[in-house]
Design a protein around this ligand. Structure first.
Ligand code: SF4
Length: 347
């Protein structure tokens, strides 16, 4: 058996790589060179590291692996949206999406294989949570989409949303490490202001993010500001009630001064009445925020159906009357199951 477990080299920090080379009789600087190959140049193999000797490359080969992701299937939607089915080193698969508009290329990336939460309207919730993604697996999804954006749209990636498979705050440390790499000049050098972490609302972790003074933006999938209704569509809300969530968001704003975005889908017969929008207006008063009303993407013929245009208009008008910023977001990539809530490894 020559498959003795080699270590994933990208789990090492730059300092640890430098120490590795010193411990093996080489110069610390060699660690910098290899680190640059791994992160800035995105090397998939040690062979590519042409400015280090063959001997060093062999030594790395004997000690480490580069667990690069592989885009197994790429699907293109009629509207230009691209969905990648991404195979991980242990053969599990996650999905990520490139959403192009006239001026932007946005990557929607996954943070977990499956999800431990159980939002009733979401296809991912039907997949068992298998494991968290490593920082390099999150980073690789972004690099793959950046390459596709350059290839098909002649521009680099402009924005990233953590809105793919999984709850990013349940894999907080790895998401943070991935964002560090994405924003570092030694990685992709992107501004944290162009990154949105979208959570279903885990109050303890929202407080932690505020304490960590993160620089990226926060979005919360709210979908209802009434506990009873929210719990019926997002059962974990029974443990993290809206009062807890609200207090954590007030804490977030007090610490970061960063406005919160509420993602909100309106479903027929579930949250499409005036009392639903009134509760949302009240919730928005606790901290500066804006609301994204998102068109629903059916995942089957079940209980969730897109609300009427009249209900959407009622939401927009009421929010605007209260000076709350609101946008209505049309779905993208529906024909390839790449839209919000549709990611479920069907490719
Ligand atoms: S909506 Fe997000 S948090 Fe909820 S089940 Fe789907 S992936 Fe998980």
């Amino acid at each position: 058996m020559d498959t003795i477990k080699k270590k994933d080299i990208r789990a090492l920090t730059k300092e640890q790589l430098r120490e590795f080379f010193v411990a093996n009789g080489d110069k610390a600087f060699r660690g910098n060179q290899v680190y640059e190959w791994l992160w800035q140049k995105g090397a998939h193999s040690f062979e590519e590291m042409t400015n280090v000797s063959k001997e060093t490359r062999d030594m790395l080969e004997n000690n480490f692996v580069i667990n690069h992701i592989k885009v197994d299937v790429m699907q293109r939607s009629n509207d230009g949206t691209i969905k990648n089915a991404v195979r991980l080193h242990d053969d599990l698969v996650v999905e990520s999406v490139l959403i192009p508009t006239k001026t932007r290329s946005t990557a929607c990336v996954s943070s977990q294989v499956g999800c431990s939460l159980d939002c009733k309207f979401c296809a991912t919730s039907r997949l068992k949570r298998m494991r968290n993604l490593n920082p390099d697996e999150i980073y690789d999804q972004v690099v793959a989409i950046d390459n596709e954006s350059r290839l098909y749209f002649n521009r680099p990636l402009s924005n990233i949303v953590f809105m793919g498979m999984g709850e990013p705050l349940m894999n907080y440390n790895n998401v943070l490490k991935a964002i560090d790499k994405i924003t570092s000049p030694e990685g992709l050098g992107m501004s944290p202001k162009r990154i949105v972490v979208s959570t279903s609302g885990v109050p303890k972790m929202i407080r932690k993010m505020a304490d960590d003074e993160v620089k990226f933006k926060l979005a919360v999938s709210l979908h209802s500001a009434i506990d009873e209704i929210r719990t019926s569509i997002m059962p974990f809300n029974a443990n993290f009630t809206l009062t807890d969530l609200r207090q954590s968001l007030q804490y977030w704003y007090a610490k970061t001064k960063s406005r919160i975005t509420y993602e909100y889908v309106i479903w027929k017969g579930i949250n499409d009445s005036q009392k639903d929008v009134d509760a949302l207006v009240d919730f928005c008063k606790f901290a500066p925020s804006k609301v994204n009303l998102i068109e629903y993407n059916p995942i089957d013929d079940g209980e969730f159906q897109q609300a009427s245009n009249a209900a959407i208009d009622m939401y927009v008008n009421t929010l605007e009357q209260h000076n709350i910023a609101v946008t209505v977001r049309r779905s993208r990539g529906k024909d390839i199951d790449a839209a919000c809530g549709q990611l479920a490894n069907k490719a």
